[in-house]
Ligand binder design. Structure first.
Ligand code: FE2
Ligand code: FE2
Length: 301
């Protein structure tokens, strides 16, 4: 796989990364408020299990993480923020963005896989069925819209993948930590202490995470949903923080409270995919109403 010009998109589709997450964090293993996963298991046992996921990972997934860890440096994230967060690429309503994302089709197996729109609707419908507030349902509906970055020509490793803080030492609880050896930040002593360029207790908001669909969508919708929903959007891929309990030294008490909500959201993201396809046209009026309540009109993307 390590040829001179590696394929920037080694995954057959984005779901390969999510399927890998499900193997690593199977249903039922998700932490609860009184039993966070990072406190629930013996750390030594966890380490060995962790390694097995790496060994069992498909070569495509492994290569995806190799590229992600090599290229997601502090400077890379800053450059992408400066470019994409001008939000000058498109003006679209939320529903239009859902339809746009849906043009990202899985060519390898279009009949059996769910479309992006169906993943969003399944996530939202499960949240709705469990009686959660309307903003929570809407959060489920839109949480992956940032994946339209792929349609702007961004490689998979710059759109999806577990996110992690940059500008400070990489946690060895991040999957495939050895791939960080090729990241230029590993050679920068300023970035290789536990605090790096940040201050203790500064708040997760001040910490730059690796760039991807979470941060992009957060910036598109920020200030327009409750803080809990915004945290779900911004941190749902940040498994090192919300699942592994790493980087706690940056968190405020408010961050820790919000992480409980991110953990509450996670099962809806990971475990609600089923082959039962939602009836898009039947559901559309309910969701158009919901969108109009919080995010009416065109948004800048
Ligand atoms: Fe996501
Ligand atoms: Fe998702």
């Amino acid at each position: 796989m390590q040829n001179a010009t590696p394929n920037p998109n080694p995954l057959e589709n984005l779901e390969e990364w999510e399927d890998f997450l499900k193997e690593r964090y199977p249903e039922g293993s998700q932490p609860t408020e009184d039993k966070p996963a990072f406190q629930a298991t013996d750390p030594n046992k966890k380490e060995s299990e962790f390694r097995n996921y790496e060994l069992d990972a498909r070569p495509t997934v492994r290569e995806f993480y190799r590229l992600n860890h090599q290229f997601q440096s502090y400077d890379f994230g800053q450059a992408k923020r400066a470019d994409f967060l001008k939000l000058e690429r498109k003006k679209m309503t939320v529903w239009q963005a859902m339809e746009f994302l849906n043009t990202l089709v899985d060519e390898s197996d279009p009949d059996t896989d769910l479309s992006q729109l169906q993943h969003l609707l399944q996530t939202a419908e499960h949240i709705r069925r469990d009686g959660h507030p309307r903003w929570f349902i809407l959060t489920g509906l839109i949480h992956d819209l940032g994946k339209i970055l792929c349609l702007f020509g961004e490689p998979q490793w710059a759109v999806v993948g577990d996110t992690f803080p940059v500008g400070c030492a990489f946690s060895n609880k991040i999957v495939f930590p050895k791939f960080f050896e090729a990241n230029p930040d590993s050679q920068n002593p300023r970035f290789q202490t536990p605090l790096g360029i940040y201050e203790e207790g500064c708040g997760l908001d001040k910490v730059n995470l690796s760039w991807g669909h979470d941060e992009y969508l957060y910036q598109v919708v920020k200030d327009r949903l409750p803080a809990e929903g915004l945290a779900m959007i911004r941190y749902h891929s940040c498994y090192p923080v919300h699942r592994e309990g790493e980087y706690d030294l940056f968190l405020t008490d408010e961050d820790r409270r919000l992480m409980e909500w991110v953990r509450k959201f996670n099962p809806y993201d990971l475990y609600t995919k089923s082959h039962e396809k939602p009836d898009v046209e039947k559901l559309r009026p309910f969701y158009e109403d919901l969108i109009n309540e919080f995010l009416p009109g065109e948004l800048r993307w």
